[in-house]
Ligand binder design. Structure first.
Ligand code: SF4
Ligand code: MG
Length: 320
């Protein structure tokens, strides 16, 4: 299958300033060398606890945050080298859906105006054509054309996320980067929004990068899943493999916390010791060693390489 997006050695180190002179006294390694590709038509899930760098990674792909290092390519274009005007053009093809649709929708604008805006920004269509597209998109995401006259506060959380999705689809993008699009929603609404996203993917041939903080959410939507810990990718695999045979101790722990509907397959919960260490002062060697039940001496000293264990199944751990 064709690669749509390729990420190589992506890093974001934020400077920490200290003292009265505000000198740089260190760096938060929010993202510390992440590489992966997204294939045309697939959903790649990226999972990790808060602070692991998954949102920063998502935003760097669109250069909403500038990377400190590394390369992002979309089709034949090197995103990390584009000028601002080229970047604006590219954003027709790559759109983002945010976690909190309320914060990302202007409360003073009608939904019609909010949805029309990306078309105006990109100079697409006449006023009539734009209006028609707004009404079309509202129907596509399960709302109605009369909703165009209403304001964001008049909608429920689930409806607002449908509006956020409609806005992302206005310019007919190829790739959607969805940053925890259902995390703020009630569980019963989550599956409706996930189903909608899956239907839209089929209908419009979309590719998704789907960011989530728990493996349960991305299970049914993802073709492949990558797991991040403290700014790095620690495991990446076809979904089936990852859920059936997780290799990294961190993935195993995350998975043990996901409830299984069938009690026959009951698993023991692996409790991780301690909190996530600060990314401004990550542990030496394997950054997971302070919480890993299998850590040995080498784990404190050497950073494990991200290596392919079986076809398409990558892991960064000294056990393999
Ligand atoms: Fe655990 Fe060591 Fe593997 Fe890191 S490298 S996950 S500390 S066993
Ligand atoms: Mg986040």
């Amino acid at each position: 299958t064709e690669t749509l997006l390729k990420v190589e050695g992506l890093k974001k180190h934020f400077p920490i300033s200290g003292g009265i002179l505000g000198k740089t006294v260190g760096h938060v390694k929010a993202v510390d060398g992440v590489s992966f590709e997204v294939r045309k038509g697939e959903t790649l899930g990226i999972v990790g606890e808060s602070g692991c760098g998954k949102s920063t990674t998502g935003r760097m792909l669109l250069r909403l945050i500038e990377p400190s290092e590394g390369k992002v390519s979309f089709e034949d274009k090197e995103v990390t080298k584009l000028s601002n005007s080229e970047l604006r053009k590219l954003r027709r093809d790559m759109q983002m859906v945010f976690q909190d649709p309320f914060a990302s929708l202007n409360p003073r604008h009608t939904v019609g105006k909010i949805l029309e805006e990306p078309l105006i920004v990109h100079g697409i269509g006449s006023p009539q054509e734009r209006k028609k597209r707004v009404h079309e998109l509202l129907e596509i995401v399960g709302l109605s054309s009369y909703h165009a006259k209403r304001y964001p506060h008049q909608f429920s959380g689930g409806q607002r996320q449908r509006i956020g999705i409609a806005r992302a689809l206005m310019t007919k993008p190829k790739l959607i980067i969805a940053d925890e699009p259902v995390s703020a929603l009630d569980v019963s609404i989550q599956s409706q929004v996930l189903n909608l996203m899956q239907d839209l993917q089929k209908e419009f041939g979309l590719t998704y990068l789907f960011i989530a903080h728990d493996l349960g959410v991305v299970r049914h939507i993802s073709d492949r899943v990558g797991v991040m810990y403290l700014g790095r990718m620690v495991e990446l695999s076809e979904s089936e493999n990852l859920y059936d045979k997780p290799l990294h101790p961190y993935t195993q722990a995350l998975l043990s916390a996901v409830p299984i509907p069938d009690p026959k397959f009951e698993r023991d919960t692996i409790l991780l010791q301690g909190d996530i260490p600060s990314p401004s002062n990550p542990p030496s060697g394997c950054a997971f060693h302070t919480r890993c039940p299998h850590a040995t001496e080498i784990c404190k000293q050497q950073t494990p390489e991200f290596k392919e264990q079986s076809k398409g199944h990558y892991v960064a751990c000294h056990l393999y």
